[in-house]
Design a protein around this ligand. Structure first.
Ligand code: CA
Length: 220
């Protein structure tokens, strides 16, 4: 189980992150102040830290410096306001691995988290394959029967979720939480719309509709 420490003081963002990350199989812990972030990040319990630079109690850069002071390899992903990007670049020099500017899309954050974790676990394959479809998670390239297909970021995320569960039926709700996070209502038809886009690009028979249950990527 991958454990993620969320150091963020905005309730709206922490609940968004917790829901999205848990739906993707991560374990999450939230702290809301700089000193708590430093204390927990240094206790060795976590695989990755999401660190808001604007935390009360301790300047974000200082929190980052203190976490790094022990020289740990713990991946740190910074959340920052768009107008604070210059500070953020300084943060990268100060030992952060990557940053995301607010407001961010969940899928973008998730891709960065996966990329950071992948660097540590070289055993995890970066290529997913099922039936005729192959996805390279590192280059974000998709192929069908060896032929390259252009996918948008959202289409790629949906295809990735289906491939990770090839042969299994995934409900609309599962796909919505995996690919769109919290910012869509369950009654939204966005999943059906994107399934249509994917069928057009990957081939009509690649994704089956299982009536009343959801969708399944064929793995034969
Ligand atoms: Ca903040």
């Amino acid at each position: 189980m991958t454990r993620i420490l969320i150091a963020e003081d905005e309730e709206r963002i922490t609940s968004f992150l917790e829901r999205g990350l848990r739906a993707n199989g991560f374990t999450t812990t939230v702290v809301r102040t700089g000193p708590d972030a430093v204390a927990l990040a240094r206790d060795g319990q976590f695989d990755l830290v999401i660190l808001d630079l604007g935390l009360p109690g301790l300047d974000g850069q200082e929190a980052l410096r203190q976490i790094r002071a022990r020289g740990e390899r713990l991946p740190i992903l910074i959340l920052t306001a768009r107008d604070g990007v210059e500070d953020t670049v300084a943060g990268l020099d100060g030992g952060a691995d990557d940053y995301v500017t607010k407001p961010f899309r969940f899928e973008e954050l998730l891709a960065r988290i996966r990329a950071r974790l992948r660097e540590d676990t070289t055993t995890e394959s970066t290529v997913l394959s099922a039936g005729a479809v192959t996805l390279d998670l590192r280059t974000r390239r998709a192929q069908v029967d060896g032929r390259s297909v252009e996918l948008t970021a959202r289409e790629f995320a949906l295809a990735e979720t289906l491939l990770r569960h090839a042969g299994q039926v995934l409900s609309r709700e599962q796909l919505l939480s995996h690919v769109w996070g919290y910012d869509f209502a369950p009654e939204s038809n966005v999943v059906d719309v994107y399934i249509r886009y994917l069928r057009r690009k990957l081939g009509a028979g690649v994704i089956e509709t299982v009536r009343g249950m959801g969708y399944r990527l064929r793995d034969d």
